[in-house]
Design a binder for this molecule. Structure first.
Ligand SMILES: [Zn+2]
Length: 290
């Protein structure tokens, strides 16, 4: 009883990213907005953001639907469902989608851009979910699940059933970081490797190689937008909100262009591994050599 929707070809849909993301409230306690904001970028793609009033990290999360399986990328910064009901919200999105595209034995893969706490906190909410696989977040689990055999050199494909996502190794901010390229929307989901905000480099050489790898990827594939997992810059070029801020009324837009990735590549060449905070228009690069 599968409904025959057409196969997800490459570049099938231009995602609608025109959404005003809620960016906290002067008093977090009185924030009237829900814990999670959802935006359908197109029929088979939902972008979610954790409310800054629940946790200042306010990470973005992504839900991609294929014919056989959905892919949830990241589970946010808060574990407890009473403060952050991610499972409930994701289950509702999946139920909605299945109502429009009925099929049986639909699965869910819960994966991560990387293993930091603000991207995996609610993994436990999915632990008892039927037909659900939680990946990682450590390097061994990531390598085994996607089948990387020469990490970090070669990307692997993840097939959600007619919708293929390329998983690109992205160490540097975190050892097991991955970047996701969705052929359907042509979105490149860059995690904490690139977003409008504070870019924390843990391993300089690995990070630089990752940025080079992503630039090459963008040279060879059509990319509609780059979407990271946070926004910390303001609309004023070069101005970032301080870490821990939980109200960002003039925050920069989430979507970035390939030119901004190239600007990051150029910045890394300029910095050459010098420790410090290096401020650029669209991001601040933080590097402490240990
Ligand atoms: Zn993060």
């Amino acid at each position: 009883m599968t409904s025959r929707t057409r196969t997800f070809g490459p570049g099938g849909r231009v995602p609608d990213l025109a959404v005003e993301w809620h960016a906290g409230w002067p008093s977090a306690k009185h924030d009237p907005a829900p814990e999670i904001q959802s935006h359908a970028a197109e029929e088979h793609t939902v972008i979610m953001r954790q409310n800054m009033s629940v946790n200042f990290e306010a990470p973005f999360m992504f839900l991609l639907f294929g014919h056989r399986s959905a892919l949830l990328i990241d589970t946010g910064a808060t574990a407890e469902p009473e403060y952050f009901p991610l499972r409930e919200v994701v289950d509702a999105h999946i139920a909605d989608w299945l109502e429009r595209h009925p099929r049986e034995d639909y699965r869910l893969i819960v994966a991560h851009t990387h293993g930091h706490g603000d991207h995996k906190a609610a993994d436990g909410q999915f632990a008892d979910r039927p037909r659900t696989r939680i990946v990682g977040p450590g390097l061994e689990a990531v390598t085994a699940f996607y089948g990387f055999d020469d990490w970090p050199a070669t990307p692997r494909e993840l097939d959600l059933g007619g919708r293929v996502v390329d998983v690109i190794p992205g160490p540097g901010h975190h050892a097991s970081a991955t970047v996701f390229y969705d052929r359907w929307t042509r979105l490149l989901l860059t995690g904490d490797t690139l977003y409008p905000g504070h870019l924390y480099v843990q391993d300089w050489d690995a990070y630089k190689a990752t940025v080079d790898r992503l630039v090459s990827w963008c040279d060879e594939h059509p990319v509609s937008h780059l979407l990271g997992c946070h926004v910390e810059m303001s609309t004023e070029p070069g101005e970032a909100y301080p870490r821990g801020w939980s109200h960002q009324p003039d925050e920069a837009a989430l979507p970035m262009k390939v030119e901004q990735l190239r600007a990051l590549q150029t910045a890394l060449e300029e910095i050459g591994g010098a420790p410090g905070v290096h401020e650029y228009d669209d991001f601040h690069i933080w590097y402490r050599a240990d």
